[in-house]
Design a protein around this ligand. Sequence first.
Ligand code: FMN
Length: 188
Amino acid sequence: MTSNQHERSTSDCDLGIVRGTAVTVEPSFDEAALRQAFGLFPSGVTAICGLRDGEPTGMVASSFTTVSLEPALVSVCVAQTSSTWPKLRERPRLGVSVLAEDHGTVARSLSAKDIDRFASVQWEATDHGAIFVYGSTLWLECTIDDEVPAGDHIIVVLRIQSLKTYPEVAPMIFHGSGFRKLAPHSEL
Ligand SMILES: Cc1cc2nc3c(=O)[nH]c(=O)nc-3n(C[C@H](O)[C@H](O)[C@H](O)COP(=O)(O)O)c2cc1C
């Protein structure tokens, strides 16, 4: 714990609405603490992939979010330092695969450095060169609509050209730096 953090236990809270131990981080932000804070927001995990000179190229992104119904837009935030994004952004179409709960090996492989990322990944390419990962819960074939620099990332707005859904496939959840599964459905 650094000097700009304050710890408070559950017993500090009269209303009983705070659970666990709160850690307050004041600005200036510590990058590791911010990364940990962002990790408390659960998300899905996507693979953004395209065919380049006949070879599959791709990366994993948990920053995927839906944006607009009309037109049909989604977004993903890509690090300015990514060496894969400059290759993907030249492609006429990109495949966005929303990974399934059993895709841990795929997610690790498609985010690793200096390996053949697709060696253990089953995939198919569309006529337009978008690449999809087999066994995913959703496939979106997209074109790039806009790229907006935002801090150390680029917000990439993608326009959906076609899609395939597999609603019976359970998605992978990324939370607290780890891959998780959804609990069986229950009323809250
Ligand atoms: C679960 C997970 C989620 C990730 N999400 C993102 C993301 O949203 N944006 C991003 O730029 N990189 C993300 N990455 C990192 C990339 O997949 C990849 O490792 C990174 O781009 C470095 O490789 P590159 O230089 O080939 O791009 C994520 C990695 C993992 C394992």
